[in-house]
Design a protein around this ligand. Sequence first.
Ligand code: MN
Length: 336
Amino acid sequence: MRLIATEEAFAPRDYIDEFLKLTRTIDTPVTRYLGIYYKKAEAVRQLVDLDHRLVEMDAHGVDMHLLSITAPGVQAFDAGLGTDLAALANETLSAAVAARPTRFAGLGAVAPQDPQRAAREVTRCMTGLGMKGIIINSHTQGEYLDDPKFWPILEALVAADAPLYLHPNFPPDSMIGAYSDYGMMGALWGFGAETSLHVMRLIMGGVFDAFPTLKLVLGHLGEALPFWLGRLDNRYQNILRRGGLEPLGMKKLQRLPSDYFRENVWITTSGMMSNEPLRFCLDMMGADRVMFAVDYPYEQTAEAVDFIRKAPLDEETMRKVAHANAEQLFRIVPSA
Ligand code: MN
């Protein structure tokens, strides 16, 4: 069974170096945490050395990594440096994919801090660099993609038919205290809370009415949102019936909240390795919308592969989740 893993982190060495520089001038829970993490040689090697991971992929039968820059990526920097690092990361990634086209594919990085240049980078990634889509690590310094200033990026994504992987980020500085008091700002809770908030802003902010063909990809089995679909519709319709949208600052949407989630969103299994939520998400989203991911190097390849290979799925659903959905969405050449 061909396995394509769709949320696999990498970083160019220059990115790590610039981030370590940042940690010496900016003191936040995030820079403190990553400042320690990026001083571990093996952690950096896992992100930087693209051949190193092939050993682990081969040992566990992972055929391909869809690579993307690790969070918070280029969004941590000022606009100029972020934009330059995005271009560098994309060129590094493009070369790695060209060297091993059957093992690696890539999602391009952009720095939304400069929306116009980010939009041009989307186009360059999709036309010149052979990327399969774009990754944005949730909020950019506390700002979200529903803000019209970012819409040139969304226009470029739609024009290129490029899926946007909305990957988690730590909560922004304005909210992080409530999470970081007990170390919950990362994958334990903060990532999912932050990213699901971002998706809700896109849905409720009418972004998918403005861009009906925008394709969004979420990790971690949809950042808990599949569990909320019924309640979202119920509350939206309830408020709509009472004429209460306007007083609450809500928008009248063209579709129900769950419609956008089912029609514009794909989800991956990154970091989620139990059968019950997988089964639930397949029931809620359909077999065409769920894709395998490991979340290398932050999750164990052995565990993720063991989970998916033993998952109680029928043959056709397994084929779709393991590789066929990724091949279709990201236009990855099917194996011979
Ligand atoms: Mn990840």
